[in-house]
Design a protein around this ligand. Structure first.
Ligand SMILES: Nc1ncnc2c1ncn2[C@@H]1O[C@H](COP(=O)(O)OP(=O)(O)OP(=O)(O)O)[C@@H](O)[C@H]1O
Ligand SMILES: O=C(O)c1ccc[n+]([C@@H]2O[C@H](COP(=O)([O-])O)[C@@H](O)[C@H]2O)c1
Length: 206
């Protein structure tokens, strides 16, 4: 894959990465993607934003937002470049990235935003609310994910960069299924997240 040019930032602006996800649970695929993009794009910080109600997953049972938020905090706590935002949870209602980006821009007027998505999410982006406007609020960075083609077909020229990240064939769906079957999730998710899943008895009855 051709590595695309790193977009420049407005004079004196911070570079803020945004990693949105349901994080049910957060796993090392998410963390490696964010870490790799932070290094390649010289980001000052990456804020992880757990969804409130992910409307395109409304046919599936999603764990309580507070559990997903706390697992995200646990998973990112040791990295000084990572932080977690509650904006999508606290806004209430279905989560739309257009709202996430508008709110983050209002809260971070000193920053340019870089929204990080896996190849699967990027391929769905034209189905998102106000899709055309998204690209005026943030630069999008699509990352490789095993089992999914990474392409910017149909997306605005210059609005998206595609990057290869270390391939981790991990999904939250698989982690939940493993816990339900009594299989280990050690080393697929951070140790503290394994402990939290156990403490809260998440995914047991699925
Ligand atoms: N292993 C991975 N490698 C690269 N990107 C990933 C990986 N897993 C998830 N992502 C990306 O992280 C973001 C948040 O993903 P999400 O929280 O939905 O995890 P998921 O593993 O896809 O969950 P589920 O299996 O429940 O659909 C999305 O942009 C997704 O494409
Ligand atoms: O804005 C939308 O309509 C929209 C639809 C589906 C997903 N998203 C965002 O895409 C990110 C990954 O979502 P998910 O459901 O794959 O965990 C997360 O930040 C979601 O809010 C956004």
């Amino acid at each position: 894959m051709g590595q695309q040019e790193v977009p420049t930032t407005g004079r004196g602006k911070r570079r803020l990465g945004v990693m949105g996800g349901t994080f049910d649970p957060i796993h090392h695929g998410h963390l490696v993607a964010a870490s790799e993009v932070a290094a390649l794009f010289h980001l000052d910080e990456v804020v992880f934003v757990p969804t409130g109600q992910p409307w395109q997953k409304s046919h599936k049972a999603v764990s309580p937002a507070e559990d997903r938020y706390l697992m995200t905090v646990i998973a990112t706590a040791s990295n000084p470049q990572f932080s977690v935002s509650r904006i999508d949870i606290d806004r209430g209602g279905p989560t739309y990235t257009i709202d996430t980006l508008r709110d983050l821009r209002a809260l971070n007027t000193d920053s340019d935003l870089f929204f990080i998505t896996g190849a699967d999410a990027l391929s769905q982006i034209l189905t998102w609310r106000d899709a055309e406007e998204l690209f005026s609020l943030a630069h999008f960075i699509g990352v490789t994910r095993p089992g999914h083609d990474l392409t910017d077909d149909g997306l605005p020229k210059g609005g998206v960069s595609l990057v290869e990240v270390p391939a981790l064939a991990i999904s939250s769906t698989d982690c939940r299924a493993r816990v339900a079957q009594g299989d280990p999730v050690w080393y697929l998710v951070p140790d503290g997240v394994v402990r939290y899943i156990d403490k809260r008895q998440l995914y047991r009855g699925e």
